[in-house]
Design a protein around this ligand. Structure first.
Ligand SMILES: *[C@@H]1O[C@H](CO)[C@@H](O)[C@H](O)[C@H]1NC(C)=O
Ligand SMILES: *[C@@H]1O[C@H](CO)[C@@H](O)[C@H](O)[C@H]1NC(C)=O
Ligand SMILES: *[C@@H]1O[C@H](CO)[C@@H](O)[C@H](O)[C@H]1NC(C)=O
Ligand SMILES: *[C@@H]1O[C@H](CO)[C@@H](O)[C@H](O)[C@H]1NC(C)=O
Ligand SMILES: *[C@@H]1O[C@H](CO)[C@@H](O)[C@H](O)[C@H]1NC(C)=O
Length: 148
């Protein structure tokens, strides 16, 4: 086997390895959102349609999951307001949504330190008013966020 062929031979293996090392590369948006849902401790029946085995979150520009905004088949925004949700916001999971641009978690009971919003570098709109964060916004909370 020459060198080129052995490279092709290795590709599936490398891809599997990449999935193992960085799972968000290989997850669907439904799986990522479902994972985010399971990080919430007290969601109610409102999020029943957040089900990775059911319809996709987006069909074209039409959402099929509560609180999701879609653009061309991808999740563009998440709006979960007034739901009494509690937990630390799992930014690392949301980071897997490549086209996520708008987020509102207004008027819930999210706790922990102010979220590392700077991991969502393409975010344009963010509403977090009336939650229960334990500290102030840090100087670097928005460092590197380009278009907010
Ligand atoms: C998720 O969707 C599947 C397929 O539509 C359904 O069988 C299942 O009961 C749903 N699960 C929940 C928790 O709603
Ligand atoms: C999702 O689609 C199903 C049918 O495919 C529909 O009954 C349901 O109302 C939709 N949910 C939302 C939130 O649009
Ligand atoms: C929508 O997605 C399709 C397939 O990924 C792509 O070909 C098309 O250019 C996109 N349209 C817009 C308006 O972004
Ligand atoms: C804030 O959320 C609570 C539920 O946790 C709701 O009862 C209340 O009406 C909401 N406030 C506003 C201004 O929507
Ligand atoms: C802020 O949250 C508290 C506790 O959940 C709630 O009682 C209050 O109505 C909320 N205020 C607004 C303006 O939503």
């Amino acid at each position: 086997m020459d060198r080129t062929k052995s490279c092709y031979f290795l590709l599936p293996f490398l891809f599997t390895l990449a999935c193992f090392v960085g799972p968000t590369w290989c997850q669907t948006e439904a799986e990522i959102l479902h994972k985010f849902k399971t990080s919430l401790t007290n969601y109610g029946p409102q999020l029943e349609d957040w089900n990775a085995s059911g319809p996709d979150p987006c069909t074209g520009d039409d959402p099929n999951w509560t609180g999701i905004h879609c653009s061309n088949g991808s999740v563009f925004g998440i709006k979960l307001e007034n739901m009494g949700l509690e937990c630390v916001i799992d930014v690392d999971t949301l980071k897997g949504l490549q086209l996520l641009r708008t987020v509102s978690f207004m008027n819930n009971s999210f706790t922990g330190t102010f979220p590392d919003v700077n991991k969502l570098v393409y975010l344009r709109v963010l509403y977090l008013a009336n939650n229960s964060f334990s500290d102030a916004i840090r100087d670097d909370s928005f460092a590197g966020v380009k278009a907010l």
